[in-house]
Design a binder for this molecule. Sequence first.
Ligand code: APR
Length: 306
Amino acid sequence: MSKVGIIGAGNVGGMAATWIAGLGLADVVLIDKGSGRAEGKAMDINDALAILGSDRWVEGGSDYSLLEGADVVVITAGFPRKPGMSREDLLRANVGIIDEVLENARPQVSPDCVWIFVTNPLDVITAVGYRRLGVDRHKVIGMGVNLDSSRMVNQVSALTGMARSSISAMVIGRHGQGMIPLVESVSLSGVPFPLPNDVGEEVREKTVNRGAEIVKAFGTGSAYVAPGAGVFQVVRALLSGEGQVLPLSVWLEGEYGIEGGCIGVPVRVSHLAWEEVVEVDLPRETLRALREGASGVVSALRSLGL
Ligand code: APR
């Protein structure tokens, strides 16, 4: 049975563990520095698994040796956004946490381990993680624009009345205000579904602002149910190795004309690694926005001395 480690047993980490173990994908170890938090969450989730009829187990603790044998490590440790705060505001605080987490986690796992970053600001944190880990770039993934793509599907469904299961939509670019919903490329079961301009604009705006809308409604903390499902989606693709294409943040080396920096692009996922960046034809403006997003990530890395 596969094993997934999740560092950060807060809202997103707990929900990711629930989806992964609850839907039978893998056993999970939850690690947190908070006293008792990971243990308590593991107990709570295991009790739910008995109701759901899943035979997977979740174990929790603060000892990083729990990670031994993990195929995938997911990092959700960090502060979430507060109302009015951008993901970038979180950068410095969360980089410190990521450094500490990687230092503890790295010695516990094999070089084949896949690292999924969830902590915001996502693309910069993923790039920091890639640099710090020094592993093959195909082993480092940022989870963000696949979540935004699900949000986009919901907006298209709400505005057009089409069932969400028939809608295919993708968001690329940075997981943040600079994300790029590909409103011109929405399809219905593979058939192009051009949206009228005003509908396309509304889909774009509501997709970009969905995370902030949830933060505002909550008053404290940010979304976690769909982010947890987003982690599940990436882990499932990595464990099945069936070649699923997902929009993910990865380190680019020339793809889309981008040298360095992590940014969300369509990626083919194979068994325990991402295989290749799928280079599709993008309108010139879109390509320009994607490159701008990547250069913002590179600037942030420089500001951190990386
Ligand atoms: N080592 C281990 N765990 C840590 C550390 C650390 N150095 N620092 C913080 N944590 C843990 C906290 O104890 C907490 O349990 O990370 C967890 C974060 O959980 P929440 O505060 O509930 O935040 P959450 O909503 O899960 O978001 C986590 O994911 O989507 C992103 O923007 C979000 O960056 C944020 C991250």
